[in-house]
Design a protein around this ligand. Structure first.
Ligand code: ADP
Ligand code: ZN
Ligand code: ZN
Length: 732
């Protein structure tokens, strides 16, 4: 070793997509693992995370470069968190840098100091201030601010808009002030639980609470409870003891499940600091929330997928609501599943973890059946709430009005006349999914995808939902010059238009990605539904998840046929979950509800099963089919995806890979492909895939490692973009 005695080696993770760690030299004393340093990389300077202090390097020591600066004196990630990420790197066979940096907020990735900085917070100027009882939002804002200062962003996610804050500021009741947040130790403040909104538990709820509270150390629970059966109430009650012991609770929710109502339920019960972590936050808010988890000054964290990778000072319980939701799986870069990593984290910390759902994923049902998870069931709704009646409407030979049958129109009219709300689902936004020339049959196709343009009318445009390409509507057919361009198929805009014509006397709101893009508009629409401004609600699945609308008595799925014939073997599971979620929107309160499904396949076994026997019955028989076919969760899969502007490049890359890989694989590892993606060309890229499947994880991982090593030697790999997805949630 020619390294000077005052220097030693540092092994670091760099935010680059390479499956390796990097060594540098560093003057003594060395920064501990979990600290950031700056290092030269090529002709750039990068922020790196220290992983270990190796004795030796694969690279000649003389060739190693010295680091340029130490950023942290104290590690920003603790040993346990580093271990979790190291394990994730191994399991997902992903570039370590991308894994470790996923756990850091953007500002820390950029080298910002890991400390709170002064930023604007709203303060209450007058504790005694009162506002008119009519001004409900202003009152809510005051209630929140009595517990301590909050940023505009934190208030926004709790349903308080900038306008409300300005109004209060004008009355000199609140004021915006620059402030450095002080970590507070909430363990000193006695836990105040609002007893008056704590309902008496049902027998099933009480049993679930006592079993979970009796758990000693790591115990995974699957809380299977029909929509409205009081799962959230179970979460709230099991959190109590954990918080009382001074430990933090992490609640993971799906991407679109984090609404002001969700937070309000937790805030109402516990007057303790609650942080949220989600994609709508700005970089500073994210860092502040991250720091407050890490230093323990927040008690409850409600967040989406990435919140799972946040460091916690004293985590005592993990809850995953709607555990079946696919948004827990990251679909690009580091393709982790937050539920799977959460189980690992709970195991590592030796704490309980609760997975809740009305429609558990097949993986979780399988784990419950095999005894890995303890199953707890809530089969009834508390109080007088009833379970909805299911109606299958045969669409065959029926004259439809914008996709709505006369029978459904009548049912809608009946419920509306009684003063109730109705909800219609269609998972296709826009006016029509294709634009067709009536003269010659020309179809407006996206030039970059194997797909039709969707026709939108407000604002008018053609829009490809696969690559986001947009263009104006052509004035005439480019092929024959005819001006008779007509939409074919049905989108949410068209349903909205039709219903406006049919029921002009009622308020109509459409909820899809197009009209919820503006920050806060989704929450605003939900508020309008809740306060009765709208009676007819039209939406995509955005509307299906987890929202309480007590006056909705009828929900209808306009088109169920697509999912019945999809090629992905998971399509039926997803459809069943969506159907039950949708059905769960009806009859949540004391009014009986009805679920209507329009289909050309009223006799289809899946629909019959769901409508008459429920999700669990369907799931059990579908799981038997999966077992017979040896599909997941009875086997394990990994998917190599590859794409390039030239189809030949992609095909020859995957063919070479298969040719070299196949002979080296044990007979127990199945290798399928190359298969073209269902939509072969997307955004100008040709897409192919190779599926590996085995009955045991170790063998599958071995095969993937072999493939990765081969790819390193293939020249053809350089002409394509490829990725590896362990436990893929979908085929291309
Ligand atoms: P889930 O999370 O399973 O959909 P919730 O916890 O949201 O169900 O409960 C549905 C509704 O029933 C809520 O309005 C909730 O306040 C109420 N609720 C829950 N548990 C009880 C109970 N034991 N007694 C009365 N009402 C309850
Ligand atoms: Zn034409
Ligand atoms: Zn396109």
């Amino acid at each position: 070793m020619s390294i000077s005695t005052a220097h030693a080696l540092l092994r670091v993770a760099l935010p680059v997509p390479l499956r390796r760690e990097f060594d540098y030299t560093c003057p003594l004393p060395l920064p501990a693992p979990g600290c950031r340093v700056s290092v030269p990389f090529g002709n750039r300077s990068l922020t790196a995370l220290v992983l270990s202090h190796p004795d030796d390097s694969d690279v000649a020591i003389a060739k190693l470069k010295p680091i340029t600066a130490i950023i942290d004196q104290i590690p920003i990630l603790a040993e346990a968190e580093l271990k979790l990420l190291a394990w994730a790197t191994q399991y997902y066979l992903h570039a370590p840098g991308e894994v470790y940096f996923q756990a850091l907020p953007t500002l820390l990735r950029k080298g910002e100091t890991a400390a709170y900085r002064s930023s604007p917070y709203w303060h209450l100027l007058d504790e005694q201030a009162e506002v008119s009882t009519q001004a409900i939002k202003q009152q809510q804002a005051l209630t929140l601010l009595r517990q301590g200062p909050l940023s505009s962003g934190e208030l926004q996610i709790r349903g308080i808009s900038g306008a409300i804050l300005q109004a209060l500021a004008k009355k000199q009741i609140i004021e915006k002030r620059e402030q450095v947040p002080v970590p507070n130790d909430w363990r000193d403040t006695a836990l105040i639980i609002a007893q008056d909104d704590k309902p008496r538990l049902t027998t099933e709820q009480a049993l679930a609470v006592s079993v979970i509270q009796g758990a000693n150390g790591f115990t995974p629970f699957l809380l299977e409870g029909i929509t409205g059966s009081g799962k959230t109430e179970v979460y709230l009650q099991i959190m109590e003891a954990v918080l009382q012991a001074g430990l933090q609770v992490l609640v993971l929710v799906p991407e679109i499940g984090l609404t002001p109502q969700t937070i309000a339920r937790f805030q109402q019960r516990f007057s303790l600091p609650i942080s949220t972590l989600h994609s709508g936050m700005n970089e500073r808010e994210r860092l502040d929330a991250w720091l407050s988890c890490r230093d323990g000054s927040t008690a409850i964290v409600i967040g989406t997928r990435s919140a799972l990778l946040t460091p916690f000072a004293r985590l005592g319980l993990i809850i995953i609501d709607e555990e079946h939701d696919t948004s827990f799986k990251q679909q690009e870069g580091f393709r982790y599943h937050a539920r799977d990593l959460a189980l690992l984290r709970a195991h590592q910390l030796n704490i309980p973890i609760v997975l809740g759902s009305a429609t558990p994923s097949f993986e979780s049902l399988h784990n419950a059946a095999s005894g890995k998870y303890q199953l707890l069931t809530l089969s009834q709704r508390p109080g007088t709430a009833t379970v909805a009646e299911h109606v299958l409407l045969d669409s065959r030979h029926v004259q439809m009005h914008a996709g709505i049958s006369p029978q459904l129109i009548e049912l809608l009219g009946q419920d509306l006349a009684k003063g109730n709300q109705v909800m219609l689902f269609l998972n296709r936004r826009g006016y029509a999914p294709a634009l067709l020339c009536h003269g010659c049959g020309w179809l407006a196709d996206c030039e970059r995808c194997d797909a039709h343009f969707t026709w939108h009318r407000s604002p008018s445009r053609l829009h490809c939902h696969h690559c986001d390409h947009q263009r104006p509507l052509p004035p005439a057919c480019p092929q024959c010059g005819s001006q008779q361009l007509i939409g074919t198929g049905l989108g949410t805009e068209q349903v909205e238009q039709a219903l406006t014509g049919l029921f002009p006397q009622y308020g109509i709101i459409r909820i899809d990605r197009d009209n919820t893009r503006r920050k806060g508009s989704f929450a605003q629409h939900l508020e309008g539904i809740r306060n009765g401004q709208y009676q007819i609600l039209i939406g995509t699945q955005m509307l299906a998840k987890g929202h309480h609308f007590p006056d909705v008595t009828l929900v209808a799925m306009l088109d169920a046929d697509g999912a019945l014939f999809a090629s992905d073997f998971r399509a039926t599971e997803r459809f069943a979950q969506l159907y039950i979620q949708v059905a769960g929107r009806a009859g949540r309160a004391s009014k009986p509800g009805r679920v209507v499904l329009q289909t050309h396949q009223p006799e289809h076994a899946l629909l019959q099963d769901l409508a008459n026997q429920g999700y669990r019955h369907f799931a059990n028989s579908a799981l038997q089919e999966r077992q017979a076919a040896m599909l997941p969760p009875f086997s394990f899969q990994a998917l190599f995806r590859a794409q390039a502007p030239d189809a030949n490049h992609v095909q020859s890359f995957l063919q070479q890979l298969v040719q070299q890989l196949q002979p080296q694989l044990p007979a127990t590892v199945l290798c399928l492909g190359p298969l073209s993606a269902q939509m072969e060309r997307k955004a100008g890229q040709y897409r192919y895939q190779l599926l590996l499947q085995a009955n045991n994880r170790r063998e599958l991982a071995g095969a993937c490692r072999l493939a990765l090593a081969l790819i390193d030697t293939l020249v053809s790999a350089r002409k394509v973009r490829w990725s590896l997805d362990i436990d893929p949630a979908e085929l291309w």
